[in-house]
Ligand binder design. Structure first.
Ligand code: ADP
Ligand code: ASP
Ligand code: MG
Length: 415
């Protein structure tokens, strides 16, 4: 017997037939004698619709009311799934986030889970009840509803698995695992059997939205065994057909040969800002990035050009596209003090990243990336690296060409 948290994403609960299908899977795990808790997303498209309604009424809105509206999608699916399970004679009921409660901080719209009180839930699970929990939502210290940021149901599931000390957290979605890159873009992408937390974290944060980044962070910190698998396959998670996200040691212990590069991610949600003719003196970088940090804007890639005449230079960096207007506004305000010529914004960019723990012990990974892109005539605008990742910023129209070329160059293409 195992204790498992099952999470079903938007497509998996996209209509009532699919909810009935999910109920059969849950029953399958219960019939095997497992203790099961379920986390569900809203029906696919539902959250987008709710966000649109909010923006139609108030583009610059009160985040607390945004959360009241967008959290409702999950309230529909918890109730429907509990009903579908009752139809199959499974003892099940739904809980909203404030009934459990799933306590978060007060960062409405992008709240972080602080604590989940699972005492009562564990007792009921031991009595054979299957609790159905809404993903994406929590409750703030003042009792108001919060949401965890788009894609947040993954995080709800992993946090619940950690709190329940579950043996496994199965993330059911519309692909049968984590692939070497998005299988919708590259037909030759291959399913990965086991991926390390670190690689998955980089892949998620660099754009592979199959798991929300925060969910991987939580899984890594709490050693939650996460499995990604398809709700449209016959097999149950207990038959282990998906991708397991695990510690690097576990992969090493099995003597499996790791490829140098495990995956390629891409993201089109950043924008580039070039600040031109900045005086080349100490303290200037701090003066540029200070106001952005104050405005809670994350800066990702940065490049500072060598000053040609010794007196001024250009600084280029990227920010989330959603924060671009605010970033430029902040820079313009600082212009009199900073004395730069112009802050130029460019949204026509994409970030492509190659990721793999094998990079630590292999030279030439970045070089291969640059040569491959050069051979396709793709110009690199900004570069950034970490121990297990190389990212480049390119013009957005080259995204697919670049991802496919790199996928082939690192020998990730399926035969
Ligand atoms: P859910 O609604 O179940 O949470 P998502 O749409 O959030 O599903 O995530 C699944 C999608 O992630 C897939 O349909 C796929 O297009 C995309 N994806 C991006 N990168 C990858 C990858 N490396 N492996 C698998 N899927 C990926
Ligand atoms: N329903 C939310 C969203 O669409 C959360 C999730 O699906 O993970 O972002
Ligand atoms: Mg998702």
């Amino acid at each position: 017997m195992a204790r498992i948290v099952l999470k079903f994403g938007g497509t998996s609960v996209g209509d009532t037939d699919r909810i009935k299908n999910v109920a059969r899977k849950v029953k399958g795990e219960v019939d095997r004698g497992n203790e099961v808790a379920v986390v569900v997303s809203a029906m696919s498209g539902a959250t987008n619709q709710l966000v649109k309604w909010v923006n139609d009424i108030a583009p610059l809105h009160d985040a607390r009311e945004y959360d009241v509206v967008v959290a409702t999608g999950e309230q529909v699916t918890i109730g429907l799934l509990a009903l579908a399970l009752q139809q199959l004679d499974v003892n099940s009921r739904s809980y909203t986030s404030w009934q459990i409660p799933i306590k978060t901080d007060a960062a409405f719209g992008k709240a972080r889970i602080q604590d989940i009180d699972t005492g009562a839930m564990v007792r009921r699970m031991q009595e054979g009840e299957v609790p159905i929990v809404p993903g994406f939502q929590g409750v703030a210290p003042d009792g108001r509803i919060t949401t965890l940021g788009r894609g947040g149901s993954d995080t709800s599931a992993v946090a619940l698995a950690a709190a329940l000390k579950a043996d496994r957290c199965d993330i059911y979605t519309d692909v049968d695992g984590v692939y070497t890159t998005d299988p919708r873009i590259v037909e030759k992408a291959q399913k990965i059997d086991r991926v390390t937390y670190e690689e998955m974290l980089e892949m998620a944060s660099q754009g592979s939205k199959v798991l929300q980044t925060r969910s991987v962070e939580l899984a890594m910190n709490h050693h939650v065994r996460v499995q990604v698998l398809s709700s449209f396959d016959e097999a149950l998670g207990s038959d282990l057909p998906g991708t397991l996200v695990v510690d690097e040691e576990e992969i090493m212990a099995q003597g499996l040969e790791k490829s140098v590069v495990s995956g390629i991610a891409f993201a089109k949600d950043e924008a580039k800002i070039t600040v031109t003719h900045v005086p080349d003196r100490p303290g200037v970088a701090a003066a540029i990035f200070g106001p952005l940090a104050e405005a809670n804007i994350n800066v990702d890639m940065i490049v500072q050009n060598v000053s040609i005449d010794g007196s001024s230079t250009d600084i280029t960096f990227t920010v989330p596209r959603a924060d671009l207007a605010r970033a430029v506004e902040r820079l313009e305000k600082a212009k009199t003090e900073l004395k730069f010529a112009e802050a130029k914004a460019d949204t026509n960019v994409a970030k492509i990243s190659v990721i793999g723990v094998g990079m630590r012990s292999h030279a030439g990974v970045a070089l291969k990336m640059f040569e491959t892109l050069a051979a396709k005539g793709i110009n690199i605008q900004v570069i950034s690296t970490s121990e297990i990742k190389v990212s480049v910023l390119v013009s957005a129209e080259y995204t697919e060409l670049a991802v496919r070329a790199l996928h082939a160059a690192y020998e990730l293409d399926a035969a």
